[in-house]
Structure formats: C-alpha cells, structure tokens
Design a protein around this ligand. Structure first.
Ligand SMILES: [Zn+2]
Length: 211
C-alpha cells in the first residue's frame, strides 16, 4: 500500500487538525486556517470542507496546505506522527519515528520562514535604495515599487516571529507558510537571472522583473 493510501485510511482530517494544534468543536467544526475566519466555518471529518472559503480536500491536502509543504512530505509527516507503517518503495516497512516530531517540524518551519523573510527584507531594503527614482520625472522601477509595498508587511512578520508569543508565531507560519515558499523560489530565480545578466555584459534589468 502506498504511503498516501495508508495515511488516508488511518487518519481523518479531524485527527490531524487536532494533532497540529487546531481547536475542533464537538460538532467537528473549527475556524478555517485558510481564510480569516472569526467563527468556525470549517467542517472536519475524514475530509474537510470550509463553508466560508470553499477549501476542501483530504487529510493530506489539509496538512500540505497547513504546513506549506508538498503532498509527499505531508503524507510522510502524517505517517511518522501517527506511527503508520507503509511501504517505502524498498519493500521494507518504515519504522515510524517517535519523539517530538511535531515540535521539531514546527520549529523547522518557523526557522525557515524567518530565514526567507529576513533575506527578502534585506533584498527589499537594497532595492529601495538602488532603484529609487533619481529625478521626479523618473517613473517607479518595479523593484522600488515592490520594496515600498512589501516592506511594512515583511517587517511586521519578522517582528511577530522574533517577539511574538507562540500563537502569534504559529499564525505567521500557518498563514504565510505558502507565500514564504513562493518568495524563496522567486528570490532564487531573481538571483539566477541577475547572475546571467551580469555575465551577459552587465545588462541592468533581468527577465525576472517581468514577473
Ligand atoms: Zn475557509
């Protein structure tokens, strides 16, 4: 049995949600972690459905979106945390990892968010200087615009991760985990494009600006 089937057969979305810190009411409703939900509008059972934003899927989709990780990673995480044996492709049954995996995974995600956001913050600060309009007639360079637009949010998120309590930090990780992954990917693309541009006799703008 594949890890996906094994996990889906063994764990309900409701069990996973509770395990990963979401408060589920007795009737199976919880506040939706995927939109700004003031009253519980998500129904959790084997699958989940949000009456507010329409988010739906199975337990693997849920954890994948909650943690900002791929389905394979989500399935592996669930298999470990719920001690579900599965075939790992080598024909051997995996040994479920014990001890504090939740906490380790969460800490890992929190550090990851912080690292990426800090890199992005530094990049935006540099853009704000380097691409500032020199004369009033100059239009905004898109990178200057992005710096002005994004800096306040990035500063706020870093502040929450540094100084916020457990709940504040968790909500940054949960709400912005996916976005942080996109930021990391985009910064990697920009760095590669800038490097290529530098090699091609120092063209000033890169293709990645079109994003
Ligand atoms: Zn929702």
């Amino acid at each position: 049995m594949s890890i996906f089937e094994a996990v889906k057969q063994s764990v309900t979305t409701r069990q996973a949600a509770e395990r990963y810190g979401i408060r589920v009411e007795r009737n199976g409703m919880c506040r939706c972690p995927f939109h700004d939900d003031s009253t519980p509008s998500m129904k959790l059972d084997r699958r989940y459905y949000c009456f507010g934003c329409g988010a739906t899927g199975d337990v693997i989709d849920f954890v994948s979106r909650l943690r900002g990780i791929g389905s394979k990673e989500a399935a592996t995480l669930l298999a470990q945390d719920f001690a579900i044996p599965y075939e790992d492709g080598t024909g051997k049954m995996s040994k479920p990892r014990q001890q504090n995996t939740d906490e380790q995974n969460y800490k890992h995600m929190e550090r990851y968010c912080f690292r990426v956001l800090l890199d992005y913050y530094r990049l935006l600060c540099r853009w704000k200087e380097d691409y500032a309009p020199q004369t009033p007639e100059d239009g905004y360079h898109p990178r200057f615009g992005e710096a002005l637009q994004k800096l306040p949010l990035v500063e706020y998120l870093l502040d929450e991760l540094l100084c916020g309590d457990m709940q504040a930090r968790a909500s940054v990780v949960i709400e912005y985990g996916e976005e942080v992954r996109k930021i990391e990917q985009r910064m990697a693309e920009l760095a590669a494009a800038d490097e290529a541009a530098a090699q091609n006799s120092g063209g000033q703008y890169s293709a990645a600006d079109e994003h």
